[in-house]
Design a protein around this ligand. Structure first.
Ligand SMILES: C[S@@+](CC[C@H](N)C(=O)[O-])C[C@H]1O[C@@H](n2cnc3c(N)ncnc32)[C@H](O)[C@@H]1O
Ligand code: SF4
Length: 403
C-alpha cells in the first residue's frame, strides 16, 4: 500500500519537475508558494508560518498523510437558522444532521490543538452563527489566541445594542451580513422570512457600538449576492452600505440548476483553477456535532471524514489530527495523485467532485504537452454548488422539507 502511494507521489513529482522551468504556471505556482496570506487581526507567529509552508510543501509533494495542520478552521457554532433561503441546505430544511449548538468543550479542544497553527477561525458553516449559544466566548477565546475571527449572518432577528457591544468587545475581526437586495420585495425572494428593515436597523446597532467603543473592528461587510431578481438594487445597496459604514462585496449567487447569468456579467467569489483542493490540505470544517467535513460544500453526516470526540467512549477520535490523517482524508488526497480505487472509493464524495476531476484533466493536459495557459475547462462556482446540491450519500435518508 505504502509503495503504491510512493509510486503515485513520484509520478506527480516527476510531472511537476518536467514542467518546472518551461511553464509560466510554475513561476506563478512558485510565487504563490512563497506568498504570505492576509488575515488582518491574526498574529503571524513563527510556528504559524512554518506550518503554512510545511502544508504547501506537502501539497507539492502529493502527501496524503500530513504533518502540517490546517491554517483555517470553520466551526459550525450552530446549524440552526431562522430563514428559508432556497439554495441553502439549512434553508430548505434538509435533515443532514441533528440541530444543535457546538459545545464550548469541543470548541476549546479544537482551539487547544489547532490554535497555535491557525490564522483564521470562521464561526459558521451552514447555520446562523448569531443564534449560537456560545458565540461571544468563542470569538473572545480565538481572538485572545491571536487568530482572526470572522462570521457571516443574515441578521434578520431581534438584536440589541448590548449584544452589539459584546461582539465588538469580544474582538471579532470581520462581520459579514448577507443582504441580497435593497428593497423588501427583492430581498425576501432569496432571504425568505427575512425583514430588511430589521437587518438594516441591526447594522446600525453594530455601527454605533463600534463608534461608542472607539473600535475599528469588526469590519462590517454587506454581502450582496446577485440573482436575476435583484440586479437593479446594486447601486442602492452601495449607497446604503456607505451610510452604514459598511464595505460591500457584490458577488454572484449560486442557484440550483443552470447558471442564471449566461453572459457572465457578474463574477462569483471564486471560480475554479486547476489546483489540489485547499480544503484537504489547509482548511478544516468542523460541524456542531464534532463531525469533520471534507469541505464546506458537503452537508451530510455520512460524508464526514471522521469525528472529534470530547469524552472517552464517545464515537470518534480523541484528537483532530487523527481525523485529519484518517483513511477517508488520505483517500481524498490520494485522488489528486491518481483518481482511481475500489467501488467504495468511487462512492467517496471527493471522487466525482469537480475540483478533483479538473485536476485530473489538467494533469493529463500537461502530460500531453499542454500548459496552464492552453488549458481550458474550469468549472464555475455554480457547477460545484450543484454537484453538492444534487448529491446524496449512499444509505442516507436525507430529505428536504421545502423545495
Ligand atoms: C449558509 S450561509 C451561513 C451563514 C449565515 N446564515 C448567512 O446566511 O450569512 C454561509 C454563506 O453562504 C452564503 N450564501 C447563501 N446562499 C448563497 C447563494 N445562493 N449564493 C452565494 N452565497 C450564498 C451566505 O450569504 C453566507 O455568506
Ligand atoms: S440565512 Fe444562511 S443558513 Fe439560513 S437559510 Fe439563509 S443561507 Fe442558509
Amino acid at each position: 500500500m505504502r509503495t503504491r502511494f510512493r509510486d503515485r507521489r513520484h509520478s506527480l513529482l516527476s510531472l511537476l519537475r518536467t514542467r518546472l522551468l518551461t511553464d509560466a504556471y510554475w513561476l506563478m505556482a512558485f510565487r504563490m508558494f512563497l506568498s504570505v496570506p492576509s488575515f488582518p487581526g491574526a498574529r503571524y507567529t513563527a510556528r504559524r508560518l512554518a506550518n503554512l509552508y510545511l502544508g504547501r510543501l506537502e501539497v507539492w509533494r502529493g502527501r496524503t498523510r500530513l504533518r502540517s495542520r490546517p491554517i483555517k478552521l470553520n466551526v459550525e457554532a450552530t446549524n440552526i437558522c431562522n430563514l428559508e433561503c432556497p439554495a441553502c441546505f439549512t434553508g430548505v430544511g434538509e435533515n443532514g444532521r441533528a440541530r444543535s449548538h457546538m459545545s464550548l468543550e469541543l470548541y476549546r479542544k479544537l482551539l487547544d490543538e489547532l490554535g497555535p497553527y491557525l490564522f483564521q477561525v470562521e464561526l459558521h458553516n451552514w447555520g446562523e452563527p448569531l443564534l449560537a449559544r456560545h458565540l461571544v466566548p468563542m470569538i473572545e477565546e480565538a481572538h485572545r489566541a491571536g487568530i482572526q475571527t470572522t462570521l457571516s449572518t443574515n441578521f434578520s432577528f431581534p438584536f440589541t445594542a448590548e449584544r452589539a457591544e459584546a461582539i465588538v468587545r469580544a474582538g471579532l475581526d470581520v462581520f459579514g451580513v448577507s443582504i441580497d437586495g435593497a428593497r423588501q420585495e427583492t430581498y425576501e425572494q432569496y432571504r425568505r422570512g427575512g425583514k430588511l428593515d430589521t437587518v438594516l436597523a441591526n447594522c446600525r446597532l453594530m455601527r454605533d457600538a463600534k463608534r461608542r467603543l472607539g473600535s475599528a473592528t469588526p469590519l462590517l461587510i454587506w454581502e450582496f449576492h446577485v440573482f436575476s431578481h435583484n440586479t437593479d438594487d446594486i447601486e442602492r445597496a452601495r449607497a446604503l452600505a456607505a451610510d452604514l459604514e459598511m464595505g460591500i462585496a457584490v458577488v454572484k449567487g449560486w442557484v440550483a440548476g443552470p447558471e442564471w447569468d449566461v453572459e457572465r456579467r457578474f463574477g462569483y467569489f471564486a471560480d475554479s483553477s486547476p489546483f489540489p483542493c485547499s480544503y484537504l490540505w489547509h482548511h478544516a470544517i468542523v460541524n456542531n456535532d464534532g463531525g469533520v467535513a471534507p469541505c464546506c460544500g458537503t452537508f451530510y453526516r455520512e460524508d464526514d471524514m471522521g469525528r472529534v470526540a470530547t469524552a472517552t467512549g464517545e464515537e470518534g477520535n480523541p484528537t483532530f489530527r487523527e481525523v485529519w490523517n484518517s483513511d477517508r482524508f488520505q483517500t481524498a488526497r490520494r485522488f489528486f495523485n491518481e483518481r482511481s480505487g475500489s467501488a467504495a472509493d468511487h462512492e467517496h464524495i471527493c471522487f466525482e467532485c469537480p475540483t478533483t476531476k479538473l485536476w485530473e484533466r489538467y494533469r493529463a493536459h500537461v502530460a500531453a504537452g499542454g500548459t496552464f495557459h492552453t488549458f481550458s475547462g474550469a468549472h464555475s462556482a455554480n457547477d460545484t454548488f450543484n454537484y453538492f446540491w444534487n448529491r446524496r450519500p449512499t444509505g442516507s435518508e436525507a430529505r428536504r422539507r421545502r423545495v
